[in-house]
Design a binder for this molecule. Structure first.
Ligand SMILES: NC(=O)c1ccc[n+]([C@@H]2O[C@H](COP(=O)([O-])OP(=O)(O)OC[C@H]3O[C@@H](n4cnc5c(N)ncnc54)[C@H](OP(=O)(O)O)[C@@H]3O)[C@@H](O)[C@H]2O)c1
Length: 271
């Protein structure tokens, strides 16, 4: 059985469809990425699975995450949706299965969908389980239901304009890895004067500075890119070290720019 774990950085695949998703995953694996993030909602599980199958990298060396969408959380639909994900991915098992968002308005009890999540793990459909977009209160509720040590990660939005400090601390204190999504604030970091100044001084790119800042907080990051040079640069950013004073400057850039905020989002923790 594989013992591969979440590695930094993973490749995000939101918005990447069909051939574009296939190419991004293929190039990322070729460059050395070993963590790939998809979801039922991204409508690209088949292309992601095919890229992994066609790659010379063995399936055992790749950590694959998918996520159950909000309309599949009830006991009637959950398991079938996971089986359909596995069929699209053409895999017997994923490495990590996440609840993509807590149930909108609490319309499905958390105990129901976390029970289904745990059953999927117990039955071997996934090696690890976790959540995404869970608040501090929801993490506490989930741990009451599943017990300490049950959740590998909480995947939440994290970038220099949304450090999510309280939630990160809460998860890390409970041995829940934090995975930061939209780490480049969907491209906004590229034009940031502070990130550009730090980058210029170090002879690197502003996107790399943003990723290094996230990594130095002990967070897994999953930037998405369709371009080989960006994929390479994002990987190389993991070797970048920021000084305390550089990190402190980035700490001042913002705290509440939330880019993923659908109408059904929970009431967020404020930093
Ligand atoms: N759990 C959730 O609810 C949730 C929500 C949102 C996202 N996510 C996950 O997080 C992943 C990342 O988020 P995201 O894709 O929305 O945004 P992101 O990674 O912050 O930004 C992606 C954008 O940045 C550009 N980019 C990437 N590398 C770059 C570089 N080195 N230099 C300059 N520009 C660069 C990309 O363009 P190019 O293609 O041209 O490189 C793309 O336009 C998603 O793909 C998804 O897997 C999860």
């Amino acid at each position: 059985m594989s013992d591969v774990t979440l590695t930094n950085p993973g490749l995000g695949t939101y918005r990447l469809k069909e051939e574009v998703a296939y190419q991004a995953v293929s190039t990322a694996l070729e460059l050395g990425y070993r963590t790939i993030d998809t979801a039922q909602m991204y409508d690209n599980e088949a292309a992601v699975g095919k890229a992994i199958a066609d790659s010379p990298v063995s399936r055992d060396e790749v950590f694959v995450t998918t996520k159950v969408w909000v309309d599949q959380l009830s006991r009637d639909t959950f398991r079938r949706s996971v089986e359909q994900s596995l069929a699209r991915l053409n895999m017997a098992q994923v490495d990590l299965l996440l609840i993509h968002w807590p149930a909108p308005e609490g319309d499905v009890p958390m105990a129901d969908y976390l029970g289904e999540l745990k059953a999927a793990q117990d039955d071997g459909l996934t090696r690890h389980i976790g959540v995404s977009n869970f608040t501090i209160a929801q993490i506490d509720e989930a741990l009451k239901i599943l017990g300490p040590g049950s959740l590998l990660t909480n995947q939440v939005e994290i970038h220099p304009y949304l450090p999510n400090r309280k939630l990160v601390e809460h998860c890390q204190q409970r041995d829940i890895l934090v995975t930061g999504y939209m780490p480049l604030a969907v491209g906004r970091v590229n034009d940031d004067p502070v990130l550009n100044a730090i980058a210029e001084n170090k002879g690197v790119k502003p996107a790399q500075v943003a990723l290094a800042w996230i990594k130095q907080r002990g967070i897994i990051t999953i930037p998405s890119s369709t371009r080989r040079e960006h994929l390479q640069s994002n990987l190389a950013a993991m070797d970048l070290e920021l000084t305390v004073s550089e990190s402190s400057r980035i700490d001042t850039l913002g705290y509440d720019l939330r880019l993923a905020n659908p109408s059904f989002a929970p009431e967020w923790d404020l930093d």
